[in-house]
Design a protein around this ligand. Structure first.
Ligand code: FES
Ligand SMILES: [Fe+2]
Length: 352
């Protein structure tokens, strides 16, 4: 007995029974803003927040943008600081026809961001141009691309939008960068352990330059949905911050898009959840059933996001520190994020 204790003590004193601690905590994706921001589509606001003739301001990347809608119905996302003396075009400004008018000396900017009118007259300076973000509107959301031009288009659901009924929720506030929040779509360990899902068939994961996707993922959710089988026909992350998935989800053909902003100055991402159900008929009874199905689908998604994931996403210091073979898809996704193009061409125009 005594000789065993002596031998153990000797080993401990030499440090030979304990593996050396690594110098850091493993693979980390730089925070948004380090080396620029991912060149992808970001949700800026709900379409309903910008009626025709209105302008609003929103945080965007590490600055602000002005979003206005002209009389022609087109929404435009612009840098907010007037190229005359810097007044904020999202505050006390006016929309005049299809132009945005500065509150200070009433210079007007058209939907390309160019100054189109100076009331006092004189030559319009060639450089009197706001940064105009490529802007799209889809599923009730105004989107802006971080770049001079879009490197790819917004994705489509597998069926045409006019065959879908939509339901919108958000924005939700969460502390973790959004691309890391949606890493959990390929974190099958957490789907099983945290969410309690039972997996019937795992998918193969495919990576492209601006997209990660997988097909045919089958699971059940005994905790929340009995024995219904969920079959995700397609799940994809487009760019780094739009997660889209859906298929025959237990009770009907259902889809979701979940998209978020970078962490804003207040330390939160804003995420937008768009849920959709395949329309099954226009008569009131059929419509009511679709609405119920859609409400249930949204409630299921929110239960996973808010009840299960959010406490972790609000406090995690995300690293792939000691990944297991089962974590290979998460690690591959983090590598995709590390290679993803970052830039910040609007920096000089959107920061105060
Ligand atoms: S600061 Fe905008 S017109 Fe002068
Ligand atoms: Fe999750």
């Amino acid at each position: 007995m005594a000789s065993t204790m002596t031998a153990t003590r000797k080993r401990n004193a030499a440090g030979s029974t304990r593996p050396a601690r690594s110098k850091g905590r493993g693979l980390r994706v730089p925070a948004a803003g380090e080396g620029g921001f991912d060149q992808t589509w970001y949700p800026v606001c709900w379409s309903s927040e910008v009626p025709a003739g209105e302008v609003i301001g929103r945080p965007f990347l590490d600055g602000r943008v002005a979003v206005f809608r002209g009389a022609n119905g087109t929404a435009t996302v612009l840098s907010p600081y007037c190229r005359h003396m810097g007044a904020d075009l999202s505050v006390a400004s006016a929309v005049v026809g299809d132009a945005l008018r500065c509150p200070f000396h009433h210079w007007q900017y058209d939907q390309s961001g160019r100054c189109s009118h100076i009331p006092i007259g004189g030559k319009i300076p060639a450089d009197a141009r706001l940064f105009r973000f490529p802007t799209r509107e889809r599923w009730g959301v105004v989107w802006a691309f971080n770049g001079e031009r879009a490197l790819f288009e917004l994705p489509d659901f597998p069926v045409a939008d006019d065959r879908l009924l939509f339901r919108l929720h958000g924005p939700l506030k969460t502390r973790l960068e959004f691309p890391l929040q949606i890493a959990n779509s390929v974190d099958f360990q957490h789907l099983i352990v945290l969410h309690g899902l039972e997996v019937d068939a795992y998918p193969e994961i495919h990576f492209e330059k601006f997209r990660m996707h997988y097909h045919d993922f089958k699971f059940r959710d005994p905790r929340r949905s009995g024995n219904a089988t969920f079959n995700i026909d397609l799940s994809q992350i487009v760019g780094t911050n739009i997660l889209m998935f859906g298929g025959n989800m237990g009770h009907g053909t259902l889809f979701s898009a979940f998209a978020g902003t970078p962490v804003t100055a207040e330390g939160q991402t804003y995420s937008y959840l768009i849920s959709a159900v395949l329309k099954g008929g226009e008569d009131p009874a059929a419509r009511q059933m679709q609405e119920q199905l859609l409400a249930g689908w949204e409630a299921w998604s929110l239960a996973l996001i808010i009840e299960d994931d959010k406490p972790i996403m609000d406090t995690i210091s995300f690293r792939a520190d000691n990944p297991l073979p089962a974590d290979k898809h998460v690690v591959n996704y983090l590598k995709y994020l590390l290679k993803y193009p970052r830039a910040h061409p609007s920096a000089a125009y959107i920061r105060a």
